[in-house]
Design a protein around this ligand. Structure first.
Ligand code: ACM
Ligand code: ZN
Length: 608
């Protein structure tokens, strides 16, 4: 008896703890959720005399960003001081990166609040930057109503750090072109949700978008195509614009990873310089989507001279270590018929065209290494032999990534199943046209970049994950927002958030405040699938059937009837699984917003 009551008491306590955790998770709606959030009882109130103080120069940029954020939100301009000039730490937000806390990962931070000060500490300037992002989110989420501003930092203590060092968002600017202002906006969104790698897909079959001074035809010809209705479509980034974007990203602690595609997806370059293809034939920049047979000739030395010249200019523009060289979807049909490619295979003792591709990529990898750069490529670079030190971006599932870790190479996971944000995110019926697929918010949220059955050394080679935004069917900036929001928030919980905190229900609750924020900021976003599912459950206590209704993606108001009539707001509001009797044969349920049915009622035939 005693044992039983102890078990009951323990069960009760653990339920209580779960409930408390759940409440803490949803209390401030932060996304990504910090790794540890505790509540205390000291609130910091901002006023005109509050100051921002920073411990050393590397944090001045974050101090200025915080000042700008608060100004944009509340029209309140706080003074900024270096710590050396401040005698009394009162009424301050103090940014300090001298923590030297070994347990805290790179980019992590701690935040503590009392009524006199907010203290943000970290081991590095990145950590302070992310702490500032968190502070800004706290301010914004508490001020969704602009007529009722209260600038407080709530009574919390945070310990927060990323789960992965590579937290990426990709953007294809070739199938459609987006200007520098939009790229900056994209970077702003990334930073807000703690992403740190922008994969900029700059060259494709349908366009070459980066100015290369030595080869002006790349943009004179390659940046433009004639659409099927005869109009000219295109655009490109000048080297000055590229520098502007890289500098802007740097302020947001984002590294830009440029992608220069080879040997495939290179028709725009070959339209400008046909001599670098196998046939040498003049061809247009294509205006349709797909995978094309004409690729760079791997037999001609001139091709490599050209690519190395291009990479020299790219390297000068992008100071960070990564260069992405594509490597995906390169048909070998031209190489099979090309004398020069075949001669190269003979000379280098290559047994197949896959080995010729591997030769191509390895040659470029050696060149990039000589310039102190690291090559990233799509998982096809495994075929025919992987270049030493190459980082593999696994897109055709996780297998390529897993194989790469077995060879000791680093990996970024970006499988089509979970990370392709050009796919539909909800039921097609309710969504604008997309390329296909189905990558729902829940699927993204449930993504685990590290397969469980890997050895620890392999797991450590997985740098992180990235969402890819291909733009064949995305021609406007509104549509990009719609495709990434809210899925990038789910991904932020995967790459920054901690696996042990994952809770789909709590995430959906936090998400509702971000939807309000999107509305306030005029951002387009998808509310996800309105489709309802149901499940019959057996209630063993009452010996009767129960019916549960689910909305796959969020928690809307669901009204239902049991008599076959259409539901309306006077019908029963669904709250939890309910008992059904043998007479109940059909449930008609609908999703309502502001009193209106927003999706035609779904009829469930019970027990048939
Ligand atoms: C890809 O989606 N072709 C990398
Ligand atoms: Zn060739």
């Amino acid at each position: 008896m005693k044992v039983k009551s102890t078990v009951v008491a323990l069960l009760f306590l653990s339920l209580l703890a779960c409930k408390r955790d759940f409440n803490a998770q949803t209390a401030y709606s932060l996304i990504p959720l910090p790794h540890s959030l505790q509540e205390n009882n000291q609130v910091f109130e901002l006023n005109k005399k509050s100051r921002i103080v920073f411990s050393d120069e590397s944090l001045e940029n974050s101090a200025i960003l915080l000042q700008e954020y608060i100004f944009s939100l509340a029209n309140l301009k706080l003074d900024i001081f270096p710590q050396a000039e401040v005698k009394r730490m009162e009424n301050v937000i103090f940014l300090s990166s001298v923590l030297k806390e070994e347990r805290l990962a790179a980019e992590g931070y701690r935040l503590s609040v009392d009524k006199d000060k907010v203290i943000l500490t970290s081991n590095d300037a990145d950590g302070i930057f992310y702490g500032v992002q968190t502070l800004f989110q706290l301010f914004e989420l508490q001020n969704l109503d602009p007529d009722n501003l209260h600038l407080i930092v709530p009574p919390i203590r945070l310990w927060d750090e990323p789960s992965f060092s590579y937290r990426g968002m990709h953007l294809d600017v070739c199938r459609h072109y987006f200007d520098v202002d939009f790229i900056k906006h994209y970077l702003d969104l990334m930073a807000y949700y703690k992403f740190n790698r922008f994969h900029w897909h700059l060259t494709e079959d349908q366009a070459w978008r980066i100015e290369i001074k030595k080869y002006p035809k790349l943009t004179d010809i390659g940046a433009w195509r004639t659409e099927s209705d005869g109009t000219r479509y295109g655009g490109f980034y000048t080297q000055e614009e590229i520098k502007e974007v890289v500098a802007y990203a740097k302020k947001l602690h984002i590294i830009v990873v440029p992608e220069i595609e080879m040997p495939g997806h290179s028709r725009a370059a070959l339209a400008a310089y046909p001599a670098f293809s196998c046939t040498g034939k003049q061809q247009e920049v294509p205006n349709n989507w797909g995978v094309f047979d004409d690729i760079y000739c791997a037999g001609k030395d001139e091709t490599f001279v050209f690519i190395q010249d291009v990479l020299d200019e790219v390297i000068n523009l992008f100071p960070d270590e990564y260069i992405h060289i594509g490597g995906d979807e390169a048909p070998k049909i031209r190489w099979e018929k090309c004398e020069k490619c075949q001669a190269r295979m003979q000379a280098e003792d290559l047994k197949s065209e896959h080995e010729l591709q591997s030769y191509f990529i390895k040659r470029i990898s050696v060149y990039l290494s000589s310039k102190g750069k690291k090559l990233i490529g799509w998982d096809e670079i495994l075929e025919g032999g992987l270049a030493e030190n190459a980082i593999v971006m696994s897109w055709r599932g996780m297998e390529g990534g897993i194989a790469a870790t077995r060879q000791g190479n680093q990996v970024v996971m970006t499988p089509g199943t979970h990370c392709y944000f050009d796919h539909y995110q909800a039921d097609k019926i309710f969504e604008p046209k997309a390329i296909g697929g189905y990558t729902s918010l829940k699927k993204v949220y449930d993504f685990n970049p590290i397969p469980d059955d890997l050895f620890t050394e392999q797991k450590n080679l997985i740098l992180g994950a990235q969402a890819n935004v291909w733009t064949e069917y995305i021609s406007s900036t509104d549509q990009i927002e719609y495709m990434i929001l809210p899925r990038m928030l789910a991904l932020s919980e995967v790459v920054w958030g901690s696996k042990k905190n994952k809770n789909w229900e709590a995430f959906q609750i936090r998400l509702q405040d971000h939807f309000k924020l999107f509305d306030k900021k005029g951002l387009r976003f998808s509310k996800g699938s309105y489709r309802l599912r149901y499940e019959i459950q057996w209630d063993s206590i009452q010996n009767q059937k129960k019916l549960a209704i689910f909305s796959e993606q969020y928690q809307p108001k669901i009204y239902f009837t049991l008599d076959g009539t259409e539901p309306n707001v006077k019908s029963r509001l669904y709250s939890e699984p309910f008992l059904i009797s043998d007479q109940d044969s059909v449930v008609s349920a609908g999703i309502f917003e502001n009193g209106k049915l927003i999706h035609a009622a779904t009829h469930f035939e019970i027990g048939k």
